[in-house]
Design a protein around this ligand. Sequence first.
Ligand SMILES: [Zn+2]
Length: 228
Amino acid sequence: MQVMVVAAHPDDIERHCGGTVARWTRDGCGVVFVLCTSGNRGSDDPETTPEQLAALREAEQREAAALVGVTEVLFLRHEDGGLPFVLPQLREELVRLLRTYRPACVLTHDPFVHSGYLPYQLHPDHRAAGDAALQAAYPCAGGPLFYPAQIVAGLKPHKVQELYLFMTDAPDTLVDVTDTFASKLQAVRAHRSQHSAALEPRLRERAEVLGRAQGMRLAEGFKRVVLP
Ligand SMILES: [Zn+2]
C-alpha cells in the first residue's frame, strides 16, 4: 500500500504518528512525507535566521524520516505560520502530489479539533494543512475538472480511499505501536532544535492512555475517514 503523510512542520509527523509510520514501513508499506513548511519560524533565538532554521530543520526531518523507514521527503517550503494565506496554492500542490504518488491512504492533521486544545490554541498551520489535505483528497484529486491543466499535462485523477487524522480529539482507530515506539522516540529526538526533556514522558503517557482502552501497551490514535 502507498501512504502519504501531509504535515505542517518538521516534527509533527514523528510526534503524532511516528510509531504508526515505522510499523507500516516495517510491513512493506511505501510512505512519502510532505512538509508544507520547513518550520522556519520555530525558534525563540533572535540570532538565528529563518533560512538557517529551515535548512537545519529539513536536515533533522530527513534524519527522522529515515529512522521510521521513510526516504522520500518532500518540502513545499511555505512560510511557517503562513499556511492559511496560501490555501488555494497549497491545495493545488497537494492534488498534484496525490495524482503523482497515488496513495490509498493519507495521514494529516485533524482540522476540526474542538476540545483538548482551546480553538484559540490550535496552530493555524495545523488547521490549514489538514483542511488543504482533506480538500485535496476529497473531492479534488479524483475529479478531472479540478485543476485540468494537471490532467492535460499527463496526470490521471486519483481517488484516495481513506484518511487517518492525527492530533484529533476524537480518535476512533488505534494503531498498536508497542514494537515501534523506540523508533518513534529516536525519530522525535532527531528534531534536536525542537526537543525538550518534558516531551518524551508526555508522548509515552499519551500512548499508554490511548492503548489501555483496547489492551495495547502503547498506541497512536486517529480519526479514520473512509472517502466516497
Ligand atoms: Zn506543527
